[in-house]
Design a binder for this molecule. Structure first.
Ligand code: BG6
Length: 478
């Protein structure tokens, strides 16, 4: 669709940026915090890039005031961060740790004092290890109540200060990496266990949303989903069908349940035929229907392009976690699809497709299927950056990436999509779970690397100044 003129961004559009507790905070065992599954997983040799951990990360726990100051100076309107469950309840379901609450209360107050809207993610992957030990975490049904109790504590403490809430961050990523690829905790490769854990995550998500609505909190809540739309490689019907397969298994299967409280038929039949469909209990679908989100959070990085993959075709290949361009192995799901490279787009050094139109397509497809407002909770470019001798970082590649994606959002708004805001990933540089510290996303450079924490000094990148202008002009000057 070509437009004569693009609509302006709404005047209350949230120009934001994001982070996650484990990736920025550090202070992994301070002030009564319990161990999380990530604190433990990163110690398994060979699991993370060069053995990196978030034990210190970028020390946001101690430097949050300095970080918020940088946001304030830039004019940021919203900051999305996550609360670490084991900081609030160290063993997951026992005593509340007041010191943990206080850290987030101080952070929220600091943001509000600077007119920055806090967007709180309740779960960005750092499950209390104690719950993993007690009942296998997401595999135990008890997680539904324990997660809801944790949310209730946080809702009640912060309901007068926080208006935007994200339940689970990228359930599709933490579940598939955790239970199929064994590249996240709990380090399992078992599709049946994966789908059972996933079902519980769906129920926990719905129950927390239902409770939020029952508490009559003034605000909005929804999950953040990692949606990368699928393209068929060409008009060959076999490849078109492969694209349908990927959309059904990787997108509809996850988002339909959030919005409609049901699993889509084709995905469900596929899992049943393969003997891996989850066990459902009486009342599950009622709860799932009662937990309808107010908005859908969208984490968008890239699209996928696929071709037919026969039953004896290619399976899961190793992704590129090293930043060596072109090192991604061929990957697919036998009988469904295989991923191929797209000749129409450029790729990053980590082999991620750079495709702003894909963001517009994601928003359009979500609006068409779910008709809910969208909050873009993540979008950004992970790249190598160079700190110059004069303290500057010339990241024009990041500026280009974000600019093109902002234009795509404006086009989607003009198409008729309702958008609450845009949070880039990420505010400061931070730990990439599996890619160490060299894959940088921030507006603010943090001087540390895999082997040396140095002084963790902050530097403003060129993109910092550019985004400041974007915010000032409400997206008119890109
Ligand atoms: C999302 C996550 O998957 O993408 C973030 O929500 C993550 O936590 C981001 O850091 C970028 O991925 P990566 O692998 O490049 O760090």
């Amino acid at each position: 669709m070509h437009h004569q003129k693009l609509d302006s961004f709404p005047s209350d559009f949230l120009w934001g940026s994001a982070s996650a507790a484990y990736q920025v905070e550090g202070a992994w065992d301070e002030d009564g915090k319990g161990e999380s599954v990530w604190d433990k997983f990163v110690k398994i040799p060979g699991k993370t890039f060069k053995g990196t951990t978030g034990e210190v990360a970028v020390d946001h726990y101690h430097r949050y005031k300095e970080d918020v100051q940088l946001m304030a100076e830039q004019g940021l309107k919203a900051y999305r961060f996550s609360i670490s469950w084991p900081r609030i309840i160290p063993d997951g379901n026992g005593e509340v740790n007041e010191a943990g609450i206080k850290f987030y209360e101080d952070l929220i107050d600091e943001l509000l004092a600077n007119e920055i809207e806090p967007v709180v993610t309740l779960y960005h992957w750092d499950l209390p290890q104690a719950l993993q030990d007690e009942y296998l975490g997401w595999e135990g049904r008890q997680i539904i109540n324990d997660f809801t109790r944790y949310c209730e504590i946080v809702f009640k403490r912060f309901k007068d200060k926080v208006k935007y809430w994200v339940t689970l961050n990228e359930q599709n990523v933490f579940i598939s990496h955790g239970y199929l690829a064994a590249s996240h905790p709990p380090n399992v490769k078992d599709p049946k266990r994966m789908l059972q854990a996933n079902h519980h995550a769906n129920l926990a998500n719905a129950k927390a949303i239902k409770l939020f609505h029952e508490l009559d909190i003034e605000g909005q809540i929804g999950p953040s989903f990692a949606y990368g739309p699928t393209y068929a490689f060409d008009a060959d019907p076999k490849n078109q069908l492969a694209a349908e397969n990927r959309e059904e298994i990787n997108a509809n299967f996850w988002m339909d349940i959030y919005v409609y409280g049901r699993y889509p038929k084709v995905a469900w039949k596929y899992f049943e035929d393969n003997g891996i469909a989850p066990t459902i209990e009486v009342g599950d679908f009622d709860l799932l229907k009662e937990g309808k989100p107010d908005f859908l959070g969208l984490n968008y990085y890239q699209t996928a392009t696929v071709k037919e993959n026969r039953l004896d075709g290619v399976g899961a290949g190793k992704p590129n976690y090293t930043g060596e361009k072109g090192s991604t192995e061929e990957s697919g799901m036998p009988g469904l699809y295989k991923e191929v490279s797209n000749p129409y787009v450029e790729y990053t050094n980590w082999d991620w497709a750079i495709d702003p139109s894909g963001l517009r397509i994601a928003m359009r497809r979500m609006t068409s299927r779910y008709d809910l407002p969208i909050l873009i909770t993540e979008n950004g470019l992970g790249e190598y950056d160079r700190l110059e001798a004069d303290g500057r970082i010339h990241d024009e590649y990041r500026i280009n990436y974000i600019r093109d994606h902002i234009v795509a959002i404006q086009e989607a708004i003009t198409d008729g999509v309702e958008v609450i805001g845009y949070c880039t990933w990420s505010y400061t540089d931070l730990l990439s779970w599996l890619n160490g510290y060299q894959k940088r996303y921030g507006f603010v450079y943090v001087d540390r690397d895999e082997s040396n924490e140095k002084e963790l000094k902050r530097y403003k990148k060129d993109s910092y100044f550019w985004y400041k202008k974007v915010i000032e002009t409400n997206g008119q000057e890109l």
